[in-house]
Design a protein around this ligand. Sequence first.
Ligand SMILES: [Zn+2]
Length: 218
Amino acid sequence: MSKIIILMGAPGAGKGTQARLLQERQGLPQISTGDMFRALKEAQTPLAEELRVIMNAGRLVPDELTARVVKERTSQPDCRRGYILDGFPRTTAQTEMLEELAGEQGHQLVAVLVDVPFGMLERRATGRRHCPICGEIYNVHFKPPAVDNTCDLHPDTQLRQRADDNPETMKQRLVTYERDTQPLLDYYDRSGRLHRVDGTRDPKAIYADIERIVMASE
Ligand SMILES: [Zn+2]
């Protein structure tokens, strides 16, 4: 049966990598609301015009309009075998709209959480360093350079840290993520459609689990 895959995960959990792998190996398109809104800014359709008025006024796009944008895009032929959703649903009202859409389109909903403990996400972000010359990325916890704070390829160069990879920013992002996402996780958990995948492993192992889930839930 064709499926709508809802990939969920905290910032830095590796959701983007998994979406890309699913797209490549299963041939399913990734439908990102962010990308669609950006594309619609330029488009000359009634829906695009409606969206422009709201966005130009600095208002939040209503759930109902977001759902219509998703519906229009996913009614195209490339989505017939199913698709991967990114950025939708974001609210419980949107989960209900998606439920209805899945029914109309004859797709089954599968929610997958790439699960990584917050402590590890914090270490991944706050431990990250890069070489300003070659761009090589290190992590003081998981992938340290041979010599402290020095690029392996550029021994005279001190590694740098991005400004937003600090504990306060990371903590704030995780608090926001949890507040917004927990209700959605609960929603899919209650109906037995939430699959948790251990996201602390390497991307290939995570993908193998996701593929098994997507193939199995017939
Ligand atoms: Zn370097």
